[in-house]
Design a protein around this ligand. Structure first.
Ligand SMILES: Nc1nc(=O)c2c([nH]1)NC[C@@H]1CN(c3ccc(C(=O)N[C@@H](CCC(=O)O)C(=O)O)cc3)C=[N+]21
Length: 308
Protein backbone atom coordinates (compact mmCIF):
# COMPACT_ATOMS: atom_id res chain seq x y z
CA UNK A 1 0.00 0.00 0.00
CA UNK A 2 1.13 3.51 -0.61
CA UNK A 3 -0.41 6.71 0.68
CA UNK A 4 -2.17 9.26 -1.47
CA UNK A 5 -0.19 12.48 -1.81
CA UNK A 6 -1.53 15.76 -0.42
CA UNK A 7 -0.10 17.90 -3.19
CA UNK A 8 0.40 21.47 -1.99
CA UNK A 9 1.89 22.61 -5.28
CA UNK A 10 -1.14 21.66 -7.38
CA UNK A 11 -3.65 22.98 -4.85
CA UNK A 12 -1.67 26.23 -4.57
CA UNK A 13 -1.79 26.64 -8.33
CA UNK A 14 -5.59 26.33 -8.31
CA UNK A 15 -6.04 28.72 -5.39
CA UNK A 16 -3.63 31.24 -6.92
CA UNK A 17 -5.68 31.30 -10.12
CA UNK A 18 -8.79 32.24 -8.14
CA UNK A 19 -6.80 34.76 -6.10
CA UNK A 20 -5.76 36.45 -9.33
CA UNK A 21 -9.43 36.84 -10.25
CA UNK A 22 -10.23 38.39 -6.87
CA UNK A 23 -7.22 40.65 -7.23
CA UNK A 24 -8.39 41.83 -10.65
CA UNK A 25 -11.83 42.62 -9.23
CA UNK A 26 -10.20 44.82 -6.58
CA UNK A 27 -8.02 46.45 -9.24
CA UNK A 28 -11.15 47.22 -11.24
CA UNK A 29 -12.38 49.21 -8.24
CA UNK A 30 -9.21 51.31 -8.46
CA UNK A 31 -6.93 49.69 -5.90
CA UNK A 32 -3.95 47.37 -6.47
CA UNK A 33 -3.60 44.95 -3.52
CA UNK A 34 -0.18 45.46 -1.88
CA UNK A 35 2.02 43.48 0.49
CA UNK A 36 5.03 44.93 2.32
CA UNK A 37 7.74 42.47 3.38
CA UNK A 38 10.44 43.54 5.82
CA UNK A 39 13.61 41.45 5.71
CA UNK A 40 16.43 41.94 8.21
CA UNK A 41 19.93 40.50 7.75
CA UNK A 42 21.45 38.02 5.35
CA UNK A 43 19.94 34.63 6.24
CA UNK A 44 19.97 32.67 2.93
CA UNK A 45 16.80 30.67 3.82
CA UNK A 46 14.89 33.88 4.59
CA UNK A 47 15.96 35.28 1.23
CA UNK A 48 14.60 32.20 -0.56
CA UNK A 49 11.26 32.48 1.28
CA UNK A 50 10.95 36.17 0.57
CA UNK A 51 11.74 35.56 -3.10
CA UNK A 52 9.03 32.85 -3.20
CA UNK A 53 6.54 35.25 -1.61
CA UNK A 54 7.30 38.03 -4.11
CA UNK A 55 6.98 35.60 -7.02
CA UNK A 56 3.62 34.35 -5.74
CA UNK A 57 2.42 37.94 -5.32
CA UNK A 58 3.27 38.52 -8.98
CA UNK A 59 1.23 35.48 -10.04
CA UNK A 60 -1.78 36.77 -8.10
CA UNK A 61 -1.70 40.42 -9.18
CA UNK A 62 -0.50 41.60 -5.78
CA UNK A 63 2.08 44.37 -5.68
CA UNK A 64 4.91 43.40 -3.32
CA UNK A 65 7.46 45.74 -1.79
CA UNK A 66 10.50 44.32 -0.01
CA UNK A 67 12.30 46.46 2.58
CA UNK A 68 15.84 45.28 3.34
CA UNK A 69 17.69 46.14 6.54
CA UNK A 70 21.17 45.18 7.84
CA UNK A 71 21.45 43.03 10.99
CA UNK A 72 22.39 46.16 12.93
CA UNK A 73 18.98 47.78 12.44
CA UNK A 74 17.38 49.19 15.59
CA UNK A 75 13.90 48.36 16.88
CA UNK A 76 13.10 52.03 16.51
CA UNK A 77 13.91 52.08 12.78
CA UNK A 78 11.74 49.04 12.15
CA UNK A 79 8.84 50.48 14.14
CA UNK A 80 9.09 53.75 12.26
CA UNK A 81 8.75 51.95 8.91
CA UNK A 82 5.89 49.75 10.17
CA UNK A 83 3.96 52.82 11.29
CA UNK A 84 4.36 54.35 7.83
CA UNK A 85 3.13 51.13 6.23
CA UNK A 86 0.19 50.94 8.67
CA UNK A 87 -0.89 54.37 7.47
CA UNK A 88 -0.27 53.77 3.76
CA UNK A 89 -3.31 53.37 1.55
CA UNK A 90 -1.28 51.32 -0.92
CA UNK A 91 -0.44 48.57 1.57
CA UNK A 92 -2.93 45.89 2.65
CA UNK A 93 -0.53 43.55 4.42
CA UNK A 94 2.66 44.02 6.46
CA UNK A 95 4.94 41.06 7.12
CA UNK A 96 8.17 41.03 9.09
CA UNK A 97 10.17 37.96 8.09
CA UNK A 98 11.31 35.84 11.05
CA UNK A 99 13.79 35.16 12.55
CA UNK A 100 14.87 38.65 13.63
CA UNK A 101 18.31 39.41 15.13
CA UNK A 102 18.59 38.79 18.90
CA UNK A 103 18.58 42.44 19.95
CA UNK A 104 15.15 43.01 18.38
CA UNK A 105 12.13 42.08 20.51
CA UNK A 106 9.79 40.14 18.25
CA UNK A 107 6.70 40.89 20.38
CA UNK A 108 7.36 44.65 20.25
CA UNK A 109 7.65 44.52 16.48
CA UNK A 110 4.64 42.28 15.82
CA UNK A 111 2.57 44.39 18.23
CA UNK A 112 3.15 47.46 16.05
CA UNK A 113 1.67 45.96 12.90
CA UNK A 114 -1.91 47.17 12.53
CA UNK A 115 -4.34 44.33 13.31
CA UNK A 116 -6.05 45.13 10.02
CA UNK A 117 -2.83 44.50 8.07
CA UNK A 118 -1.50 41.57 10.12
CA UNK A 119 -1.59 39.07 7.25
CA UNK A 120 0.79 36.72 9.11
CA UNK A 121 -1.76 36.51 11.93
CA UNK A 122 0.94 37.07 14.57
CA UNK A 123 -0.54 40.11 16.36
CA UNK A 124 -1.85 39.20 19.84
CA UNK A 125 -5.35 40.29 18.82
CA UNK A 126 -5.42 37.85 15.91
CA UNK A 127 -3.80 35.14 18.06
CA UNK A 128 -6.47 35.69 20.72
CA UNK A 129 -9.15 35.48 18.04
CA UNK A 130 -8.18 31.85 17.50
CA UNK A 131 -9.10 31.02 21.10
CA UNK A 132 -12.66 32.22 20.63
CA UNK A 133 -12.96 30.72 17.16
CA UNK A 134 -12.91 33.80 14.94
CA UNK A 135 -9.90 35.66 13.61
CA UNK A 136 -9.55 37.91 10.59
CA UNK A 137 -6.18 36.53 9.54
CA UNK A 138 -5.46 32.89 10.42
CA UNK A 139 -1.69 32.25 10.51
CA UNK A 140 -0.58 31.10 7.06
CA UNK A 141 0.95 27.67 7.75
CA UNK A 142 -1.91 26.26 9.89
CA UNK A 143 -4.39 27.84 7.50
CA UNK A 144 -2.69 26.06 4.58
CA UNK A 145 -2.74 22.74 6.42
CA UNK A 146 -6.44 23.16 7.16
CA UNK A 147 -7.14 23.79 3.48
CA UNK A 148 -5.12 20.74 2.39
CA UNK A 149 -7.21 18.59 4.77
CA UNK A 150 -10.52 20.12 3.71
CA UNK A 151 -9.76 19.80 0.00
CA UNK A 152 -9.01 16.09 0.41
CA UNK A 153 -12.27 15.80 2.42
CA UNK A 154 -10.37 14.59 5.47
CA UNK A 155 -12.76 15.10 8.38
CA UNK A 156 -11.16 15.97 11.74
CA UNK A 157 -14.28 16.12 13.91
CA UNK A 158 -14.00 13.48 16.64
CA UNK A 159 -10.58 12.34 15.36
CA UNK A 160 -7.35 12.12 17.34
CA UNK A 161 -5.12 14.87 15.99
CA UNK A 162 -1.58 14.82 17.36
CA UNK A 163 0.66 17.82 16.77
CA UNK A 164 4.40 17.49 17.29
CA UNK A 165 5.88 20.93 18.00
CA UNK A 166 4.41 23.70 20.16
CA UNK A 167 5.65 26.84 18.37
CA UNK A 168 3.70 30.07 18.41
CA UNK A 169 3.50 30.13 14.61
CA UNK A 170 2.56 26.51 13.84
CA UNK A 171 1.86 24.08 16.70
CA UNK A 172 -0.20 26.22 19.04
CA UNK A 173 -2.43 27.99 16.47
CA UNK A 174 -2.88 24.69 14.56
CA UNK A 175 -4.14 23.06 17.76
CA UNK A 176 -6.68 25.83 18.34
CA UNK A 177 -7.95 25.74 14.76
CA UNK A 178 -8.48 21.98 14.82
CA UNK A 179 -10.04 22.08 18.29
CA UNK A 180 -12.50 24.54 16.78
CA UNK A 181 -13.33 21.82 14.24
CA UNK A 182 -14.08 19.38 17.11
CA UNK A 183 -10.89 17.31 16.87
CA UNK A 184 -9.40 15.79 20.03
CA UNK A 185 -6.05 17.54 19.98
CA UNK A 186 -2.77 16.62 21.71
CA UNK A 187 0.33 18.78 21.50
CA UNK A 188 3.72 17.11 21.97
CA UNK A 189 6.94 19.04 22.33
CA UNK A 190 10.60 18.80 23.20
CA UNK A 191 9.86 17.81 26.83
CA UNK A 192 7.31 15.14 25.95
CA UNK A 193 8.43 11.94 27.69
CA UNK A 194 7.21 9.28 25.31
CA UNK A 195 6.54 10.78 21.89
CA UNK A 196 5.53 7.53 20.19
CA UNK A 197 2.85 6.88 22.84
CA UNK A 198 1.04 9.88 21.35
CA UNK A 199 1.94 9.53 17.69
CA UNK A 200 0.58 5.95 17.71
CA UNK A 201 -2.82 7.31 18.76
CA UNK A 202 -2.97 9.79 15.90
CA UNK A 203 -5.59 9.60 13.15
CA UNK A 204 -4.04 12.82 11.86
CA UNK A 205 -0.40 13.54 12.69
CA UNK A 206 0.98 17.03 12.13
CA UNK A 207 4.73 17.41 12.57
CA UNK A 208 6.44 20.77 12.95
CA UNK A 209 9.54 20.03 15.00
CA UNK A 210 12.44 20.81 12.66
CA UNK A 211 14.15 17.42 13.12
CA UNK A 212 14.76 15.32 10.00
CA UNK A 213 13.69 11.70 10.38
CA UNK A 214 11.91 12.31 13.71
CA UNK A 215 8.80 10.32 12.75
CA UNK A 216 9.48 6.72 11.68
CA UNK A 217 7.07 4.06 10.42
CA UNK A 218 6.96 2.20 13.77
CA UNK A 219 5.59 5.37 15.44
CA UNK A 220 2.35 5.58 13.45
CA UNK A 221 -0.73 3.43 13.01
CA UNK A 222 -2.09 2.16 9.71
CA UNK A 223 -4.06 4.66 7.63
CA UNK A 224 -2.80 7.71 9.50
CA UNK A 225 -2.93 11.07 7.71
CA UNK A 226 0.54 12.65 7.93
CA UNK A 227 1.20 16.37 7.51
CA UNK A 228 4.90 17.25 7.49
CA UNK A 229 5.56 20.92 8.23
CA UNK A 230 9.31 20.43 8.74
CA UNK A 231 11.80 22.14 6.44
CA UNK A 232 15.35 20.94 7.02
CA UNK A 233 18.14 21.91 4.71
CA UNK A 234 20.54 19.01 4.18
CA UNK A 235 24.31 19.32 3.58
CA UNK A 236 23.77 18.63 -0.16
CA UNK A 237 21.43 21.65 -0.37
CA UNK A 238 18.21 19.65 -0.72
CA UNK A 239 15.35 20.08 1.74
CA UNK A 240 13.62 17.36 3.70
CA UNK A 241 10.82 17.21 6.27
CA UNK A 242 10.56 15.73 9.78
CA UNK A 243 8.99 12.47 8.61
CA UNK A 244 10.73 9.38 7.21
CA UNK A 245 8.59 9.74 4.07
CA UNK A 246 9.80 6.64 2.18
CA UNK A 247 8.80 4.26 4.97
CA UNK A 248 5.86 6.08 6.55
CA UNK A 249 4.09 6.38 3.17
CA UNK A 250 3.47 2.62 3.18
CA UNK A 251 1.38 2.87 6.36
CA UNK A 252 -0.32 6.23 5.82
CA UNK A 253 -3.55 6.87 3.92
CA UNK A 254 -2.46 10.42 3.01
CA UNK A 255 0.89 12.18 3.31
CA UNK A 256 2.41 15.54 2.36
CA UNK A 257 5.75 15.61 0.54
CA UNK A 258 8.59 18.03 1.36
CA UNK A 259 9.12 20.03 -0.77
CA UNK A 260 5.77 20.50 -2.50
CA UNK A 261 3.44 20.03 0.47
CA UNK A 262 2.81 22.58 3.20
CA UNK A 263 5.49 25.10 2.04
CA UNK A 264 3.72 26.36 -1.10
CA UNK A 265 0.41 26.46 0.82
CA UNK A 266 1.97 28.79 3.43
CA UNK A 267 2.85 31.26 0.71
CA UNK A 268 -0.55 30.92 -0.96
CA UNK A 269 -2.44 31.62 2.27
CA UNK A 270 -0.33 34.72 2.80
CA UNK A 271 -1.61 36.03 -0.52
CA UNK A 272 -5.17 34.97 0.39
CA UNK A 273 -4.90 36.97 3.64
CA UNK A 274 -3.50 39.97 1.75
CA UNK A 275 -6.30 39.92 -0.80
CA UNK A 276 -8.93 39.48 1.89
CA UNK A 277 -7.41 42.43 3.71
CA UNK A 278 -7.77 44.53 0.55
CA UNK A 279 -11.39 43.38 0.12
CA UNK A 280 -12.20 44.17 3.74
CA UNK A 281 -10.49 47.55 3.62
CA UNK A 282 -12.51 48.51 0.56
CA UNK A 283 -15.78 47.54 2.17
CA UNK A 284 -14.78 49.27 5.41
CA UNK A 285 -14.44 52.49 3.48
CA UNK A 286 -18.11 52.18 2.58
CA UNK A 287 -19.19 51.53 6.17
CA UNK A 288 -20.17 54.31 8.52
CA UNK A 289 -17.27 54.30 10.94
CA UNK A 290 -17.56 56.56 13.95
CA UNK A 291 -14.78 59.00 14.75
CA UNK A 292 -14.00 57.11 17.93
CA UNK A 293 -13.60 53.81 16.13
CA UNK A 294 -11.35 55.46 13.56
CA UNK A 295 -8.96 56.57 16.30
CA UNK A 296 -8.73 53.02 17.57
CA UNK A 297 -6.09 50.90 15.87
CA UNK A 298 -8.45 47.92 15.81
CA UNK A 299 -11.36 49.86 14.37
CA UNK A 300 -13.94 47.81 12.61
CA UNK A 301 -12.67 44.58 14.10
CA UNK A 302 -15.97 43.73 15.78
CA UNK A 303 -17.75 44.27 12.46
CA UNK A 304 -15.18 42.20 10.61
CA UNK A 305 -15.31 39.35 13.10
CA UNK A 306 -19.02 39.14 12.39
CA UNK A 307 -18.35 38.76 8.69
CA UNK A 308 -15.51 36.25 8.57
N1 LIG B 1 6.91 36.45 9.24
C1 LIG B 1 7.11 35.23 8.75
N2 LIG B 1 6.10 34.60 8.11
C2 LIG B 1 6.27 33.36 7.58
O1 LIG B 1 5.33 32.79 7.00
C3 LIG B 1 7.56 32.74 7.70
C4 LIG B 1 8.57 33.44 8.37
N3 LIG B 1 8.32 34.67 8.89
N4 LIG B 1 9.79 32.88 8.52
C5 LIG B 1 10.13 31.58 7.96
C6 LIG B 1 8.91 30.69 7.80
C7 LIG B 1 9.07 29.58 6.79
N5 LIG B 1 8.16 29.87 5.71
C8 LIG B 1 8.12 29.18 4.48
C9 LIG B 1 7.61 29.74 3.35
C10 LIG B 1 7.66 29.07 2.13
C11 LIG B 1 8.21 27.82 2.02
C12 LIG B 1 8.29 27.15 0.70
O2 LIG B 1 7.98 27.72 -0.32
N6 LIG B 1 8.75 25.88 0.64
C13 LIG B 1 8.94 25.12 -0.58
C14 LIG B 1 10.42 24.92 -0.91
C15 LIG B 1 11.31 26.10 -0.70
C16 LIG B 1 12.80 25.74 -0.77
O3 LIG B 1 13.23 25.10 -1.75
O4 LIG B 1 13.53 26.12 0.17
C17 LIG B 1 8.32 23.74 -0.44
O5 LIG B 1 8.19 23.27 0.70
O6 LIG B 1 7.97 23.16 -1.45
C18 LIG B 1 8.72 27.25 3.17
C19 LIG B 1 8.64 27.93 4.38
C20 LIG B 1 7.48 31.01 5.99
N7 LIG B 1 7.83 31.49 7.20
Amino acid sequence: MSARILDGRTLSKEIRASLLERSLRIRNKGHAPGLAVILVGNDPASKVYVRNKSKACGECGVMSKVFLFPNSVSEHELIELIEKLNASNEIDGVLVQLPLPGHVNVRNIMGCISVNKDVDGFHLYNVGGLVVGGTIFPPCTPYGVQLLLETAKIEVSGKNVVIVGASNIVGKPMALMLLQKDATVSICHIKTNDLSLYTKLADVLIVAAGKPGLITADMVKNNVVVIDVGINRMPDGSITGDVDFDNVKHKASWITPVPGGVGPMTVTMLIENTIRSAELRMSINNLEVTKLEKQNQVYGLSKLLGQV
